[in-house]
Ligand binder design. Structure first.
Ligand code: ATP
Ligand code: MG
Ligand code: MG
Ligand code: MG
Length: 467
């Protein structure tokens, strides 16, 4: 019998407790960090400690952190390994142990507790990290050809945001035996992106700070930050094709099948939509429970975009009524024992979800009609047209992009951005922040809104960071 997601989570945290780590609760998805939109990794709540701004209460910590990454949104449903919401297990050292212990414990956990077959495991290290290389080779005993050296794109982590702690990392991969159309099966390695090798654990040796100009300086003390993806681990241990086929997702997918009246694994096209809905339902449930509300700015905009994307995929599957508010209940049922906030705020989350679904569904029909009429005989959609679709029909640019993908129609995104900027200016002049505030007020009578601070570094963060 395989290990369940819950068993893997508990086994990880127990293992690191046995190595004198303090187990801490997951922090909120809203980071206490003006540079970041979301908690994108287990290390985010500890940034001030890494930075040396505050002293740690514990030198060794282990957590299972809820994470949201928007940079992976296009991958969801298309790769077997990406979601927008996922759980990241991690162990952290604040000026305590460093590379040797980190690598040896990771190996011990993976081979002795998860019982993964050693012959299928590969690792990577940063180009010139000879120290990590020799620990893997000489102390752990991994054959040299299974330790690959990768560059900055793959084996350098961070900073999370425009500046902050970062460093070389070392990743653990499992050989799944085959990939998709591998260009060179004989010499395939974790450097290849055919999907044969699945990365599931990243060990980050955080010893640098990167400033906004990209300059590196040594941090006062060396730290460890690791990220172990729970859903990926479950897919490996349960020997299934994707994160969505693990016990962490099956109940959600079952519910989607039931409500939408469709079958998973019947048509590849529908499967993408089913996976997108399953993932986005988790994101919506967790984001709203953490106090994020749909809006046209910052985090609220991301939530709105994710929620509407799920609804749009349900319409691709031929469904046209609100349903997501029922899926978030399934999410709460199945994850509420680990994340009690899901159950505590369920009725609020459902109310917000339903309202937004209704709002979007009423514009979706009109918007698609409008889009089709605008598209007749067109090679390009202009900035004002894109803005009209967004403003009048609630069609975000991302949605239009998805709809026209493959049709050869191009989009004047710059023109669209100009229109958006103009509108923001008009709104600000006309009424300051009143609309935003009245929105927040309306909701806060039902639920006290926390941490809805305005985010300012959105485009910068999306552009500059690899995460
Ligand atoms: P990938 O290269 O596959 O996109 P990554 O290198 O971006 O992953 P890290 O930033 O190293 O991921 O995060 C640490 C771990 O968190 C990963 O090894 C993986 O197990 C998990 N993880 C990262 N992104 C996702 C995601 N979008 N969905 C599910 N798990 C993820
Ligand atoms: Mg990677
Ligand atoms: Mg990685
Ligand atoms: Mg990634």
């Amino acid at each position: 019998k395989y290990m369940t997601g819950a068993e893997i989570r508990e086994s990880y945290l127990k293992f690191f407790e046995s190595k004198d780590h303090k187990r801490l609760q997951s922090a909120s998805l809203i980071p206490n960090d003006p540079q970041l939109m979301f908690t994108v990794a287990g290390m985010v709540p500890f940034k001030p400690i890494f930075w040396g701004k505050i002293e740690p209460t514990y030198r060794r910590v282990t957590t299972c952190q809820k994470c949201v990454r928007t940079n992976d949104i296009e991958n969801v449903g298309r790769t077997p390994r990406h979601q927008t919401f996922f759980e990241m297990l991690g162990n952290f050292s604040f000026g305590d142990y460093f590379k040797r212990e980190t690598i040896k414990w990771a190996w011990e956990f993976v081979t002795e507790y998860l019982n993964l077959p050693e012959n299928r495991l590969w690792v990577s290290v940063y180009l010139d990290d000879d120290e990590a290389f020799s620990i893997w080779r000489d102390e752990v005993g991994i054959p040299e050809k299974k330790i690959i050296r990768l560059g900055k794109k793959d084996n350098w982590w961070g900073p999370a945001g425009p500046s902050g702690p970062c460093g070389p990392d070392s990743e653990i991969f499992i050989d799944r035996g085959h990939g998709d159309n591998c260009p060179d099966p004989e010499n395939c390695s974790p450097a290849c992106d055919c999907g044969r090798f699945l990365e599931f654990w990243n060990l980050v040796f955080t010893e640098f700070n990167q400033d906004e100009e990209g300059n590196l300086t040594y941090l006062e003390r060396k730290n460890i930050d690791t990220g172990f993806g729970l859903e990926r681990a479950a897919s490996i241990l349960q020997d299934v094709d994707s994160n969505f086929d693990t016990d962490l997702f099956i109940p959600i997918i079952k519910k989607i099948e039931e409500i939408l009246g469709i079958k998973y694994k019947e048509k590849p096209g529908s499967d993408i939509s089913i996976k997108v809905i399953a993932d986005h339902a988790r994101s919506v449930a967790f984001m709203v429970s953490d106090g994020i509300l749909p809006s046209n700015e910052g985090r609220g905009y991301v939530l709105r975009r994710i929620l509407r994307r799920a609804v749009r995929h349900s319409s691709l599957l031929g469904y046209s009524s609100p349903f997501l508010y029922r899926i978030v209940e399934t999410v709460a049922d199945h994850m509420g024992n680990v994340y009690p906030e899901l159950r505590q705020r369920l009725s609020f989350t459902q109310e917000i979800t339903l309202k937004e679904e209704e709002r979007f569904l009423s514009t979706l029909v009109n918007g698609e009609k409008r889009l089709k009429s605008v598209l007749v005989d067109k090679k390009e959609l202009s900035g004002p047209e894109l803005f009209m679709l967004h403003d009048t029909y609630g069609f975000p640019l991302e949605l239009v992009e998805e709809i026209v993908a493959g049709t050869g129609v191009t989009l004047d995104k710059e023109g669209y951005e100009r229109e958006m900027a103009l509108q923001r200016e008009r709104a600000r002049e006309a009424m300051g922040d009143r609309e935003y505030l009245s929105n927040v007020e309306a909701y806060s009578t039902i639920f006290p809104v926390t941490g809805n601070s305005k985010f300012t570094g959105y485009s910068r963060f999306e552009d500059k960071s690899k995460i």
